[in-house]
Each structure stands twice: as structure tokens, then as C-alpha cells.
Design a protein around this ligand. Structure first.
Ligand SMILES: [Fe+2]
Length: 178
């Protein structure tokens, strides 16, 4: 298989992955307790719709019909997110769990787009590369935003710097008799 064919196949994988995310992200917007987290997912949903469009533009430049190849990895990552949402846990803990799953999604995309950019550049497909790079930059920014919100959530829950949340602390105190 040639690099050009690899690029097209990976674009088909990501095309499906992005479409899965357009369906999954509204659930995360609703399920997030932290307003900043909900806002971050809503903003990334709009960006993700743009990622689908950019891939369509890239397919057009390459002269191939946009086709989605079922992305099993994204299906699994989305399922993991839903498993966290189905479990009963305190709001801030659930938000943290969902961020963990969402960052796995972002890293999957960053890996895919990073490689696709390198392939497009190697093939001298500058227009395709710049489309893919715009999306790559948005995925990286989304990942960084999630890290920031994750820290905020942990700080609000009182678990940063080794401090346990208030509830856990008092339960622990009772158990150990202090
Ligand atoms: Fe994306």
C-alpha cells in the first residue's frame, strides 16, 4: 500500500470517529455537572462538526468520495465514557472520570491527525496538510482545556496537593478514631 492510500484510509477512520463524536458530545454536555466542563464539551461539539467538514474538503482535494470506515477504537472510547456515566458517584468524581475518557479520545485524534499531517506533508499535499493541521491544533487546545478544567474540579473538590475531599476526610477520621 502506498502512503497516499494510507492517508485516505486513515482519513476514512477519522471521518467515522468525528461523526461518532458529533453524536456522543451532546450527551457529555448534558451529563457534566461542572458548568465549565459542559461549556468545553459544547464548544468542542461545534469544532467537531467543523472537523467533519474539513475532512470532506480534504477528500475533495484528493478527488475521492468522502467515505467513513467504521472506527472500532472510537466506538470503544465512547463506550468507556458511557460506562462512567452509568456508574453512581459524586458529581465531581464523575466529571473527573468523564474528562479521563474524553482526553483518551483527544489523544487518539491527536495521534491520527499528527500522522496524517506528516503523510500529507511528505506527499507535498499542502492544502490537505493545512486543513488537517487546523483540526490537529483544535484537538490539542481541547485537550489542554480539559486538563485545566480537570485541575479546577479537583481543586474545588479539595483533592489537589494531597488534600482529600472533606467528606472522605471526616469518614476517615471517624474510622481511625481521631
Ligand atoms: Fe475532532
Amino acid at each position: 500500500m502506498e502512503i497516499r492510500a494510507l492517508l485516505i484510509e486513515e482519513m476514512q477512520d477519522q471521518y467515522d470517529a468525528e461523526k461518532q463524536l458529533v453524536k456522543a458530545l451532546p450527551k457529555l454536555v448534558k451529563a457534566s455537572s461542572n458548568p465549565e466542563l459542559s461549556h468545553a464539551f459544547a464548544a468542542h461539539l461545534e469544532e467537531t462538526k467543523g472537523h467533519v467538514e474539513r475532512l470532506e474538503q480534504a477528500f475533495e482535494i484528493l478527488g475521492v468520495r468522502p467515505k467513513a470506515k467504521p472506527c472500532a477504537a472510537m466506538k470503544g472510547l465512547v463506550e468507556e465514557t458511557q460506562e462512567w456515566l452509568a456508574e453512581k458517584m459524586p458529581d465531581e468524581v464523575q466529571d473527573s472520570a468523564v474528562i479521563c475518557a474524553a482526553q483518551k479520545v483527544e489523544h487518539y485524534e491527536i495521534a491520527g491527525y499528527g500522522t496524517m499531517c506528516a503523510w500529507a506533508a511528505a506527499l507535498g499535499l499542502n492544502d490537505v496538510e493545512s486543513l488537517l493541521r487546523e483540526t490537529l491544533d483544535e484537538e490539542k487546545a481541547a485537550d489542554e482545556k480539559l486538563s485545566l478544567v480537570a485541575d479546577q474540579i479537583l481543586a474545588e473538590a479539595g483533592v489537589l496537593n494531597g488534600k482529600a475531599p472533606a467528606k472522605t476526610r471526616s469518614a476517615g477520621s471517624q474510622r481511625s478514631g481521631y
